[in-house]
Design a protein around this ligand. Structure first.
Ligand SMILES: [Zn+2]
Length: 369
């Protein structure tokens, strides 16, 4: 075991290419564990592909990330494999890992899905996301239970997994639409959510109701208070888990990993969006610990990181803390990085690459040394 660990450590040192053999040996004998922890803490950033950007602009952008300590980019190409094929070598050439970030259950403007209105999730009120969108226009959620909509999503996962050079397929919006919005966002929508509201409660389509009724002999629409119907809650957690587990097998078939952007910690994800990510087959999770969305302080990043890791105990899944940069000072960014490290995360991810200010880059770079 020790030998394996030393070999692994060597490869890291060779990878960063700045340590002599002698120094390397000294470090190995001095404190293997500390060194591994420091070197292997990964820095990620989410970015969305912009068709108007030139190859040279992308090369400069990727170079800048690398120079400032970023190790991995999660690129949203709207599941377009051609764009991903073009960008991947530009990023890997700069030494960055590439992760194919996709919208999973929420598929705004999906031209194939739009030809099948029945694939869309239906609210408790009986309205379909096909034409009635909860909260915002870009919320166009598909039903996770219906075979056709699931196959469509898994087909997209497979196409991305086939792209040479990527490290993982990265699932975002892998959940139901928010039954509760983050508290900090409620005033923006002029909403009060003290209880589960039927217009935000999904999915009550025929296939979901039939599948559930077959197993549990009751119709959720006739249950007096569905918010406390645990079978109905569990059913929906299981539908999302099934999509993830199937995506995991597909990604691995092509020697790729499966990663996902998830809600801050499992109980919270369960409560807000019917997402129980500690139960999934998945390689790495990037919980979006956006303290400002929840009116929390920076130290909450440490709490949520720790809670997520506690819930993952005994599993192989790694956790990388996700933070939302726009309102954060450089000092807060340094603090957040330290909190993620101190609480056992394997890395940190920044939303989003294009919003990183010079001061924040400086804080990121400094924390790397
Ligand atoms: Zn459904």
């Amino acid at each position: 075991m020790r030998v394996i660990r030393i070999i692994f450590l060597c490869s890291i040192f060779i990878g960063i290419g700045c340590k002599s053999e002698k120094e390397k040996e000294e470090k190995i004998t001095k404190g293997v564990v500390t060194e591994i922890k420091t070197v292997s803490f990964k820095y990620w950033t989410w970015i969305t592909a912009d068709p108007s950007k030139s190859k040279e602009e992308y090369e400069a952008e990727f170079k800048k990330y690398k120079e400032n300590g970023i190790d991995a980019v999660l690129i949203n190409t709207l599941a377009d494999t051609e764009v991903l094929r073009k960008l991947t070598p530009l990023a890997t050439k700069e030494g960055l890992e590439v992760h194919a970030w996709m919208f999973t259950m929420n598929r705004p403007g999906d031209e194939i899905a739009l030809q099948h209105p029945e694939w869309y999730a239906v609210s408790k009120e009986g309205k379909s996301c096909y034409d009635t969108r909860p909260y915002v226009e870009y919320y166009q959620w598909l039903c996770p239970t219906r075979k056709e909509s699931r196959d469509h999503i898994l087909g997209l996962v497979e196409n991305l997994a086939k792209v040479e050079g990527i490290t993982s397929v990265h699932l975002d919006y892998i959940r139901y639409s928010d039954i509760f919005l983050p508290i900090g966002l409620l005033p923006k929508y002029n909403l009060i959510q003290d209880e589960e509201l039927p217009e935000f409660d999904f999915c009550y389509c025929d296939v979901c109701l039939e599948t559930f009724e077959k197993e549990h002999h009751k119709n959720p629409k006739e249950v007096k208070n569905t918010a406390i119907d645990m079978e109905w809650k569990q059913f929906r957690l299981n539908q999302i888990k099934r999509v993830v587990d199937e995506a995991y097998d597909i990604a691995h078939k092509y020697d790729k990993k499966l990663t996902a952007a998830v809600f801050p910690y499992p109980e919270m994800a369960d409560h807000m969006v019917r997402q129980r990510w500690d139960k999934w087959n998945i390689d790495e999770v990037l919980p979006m610990i956006y303290h400002n969305f929840y009116n929390e302080e920076v130290d909450w990043i440490g709490f949520a990181t720790k809670q997520g890791l506690k819930d993952l105990e005994g599993k192989q899944t790694k956790l990388h803390t996700g933070i939302y940069l726009p309102p954060m000072s450089a000092e807060d960014v340094s603090k957040a990085i330290q909190l993620a490290k101190d609480n056992g995360a394997s890395g940190i991810s920044f939303f989003d690459g294009n919003a990183i200010t010079e001061e924040q880059f400086e804080a990121i770079k400094l924390s790397k040394e």
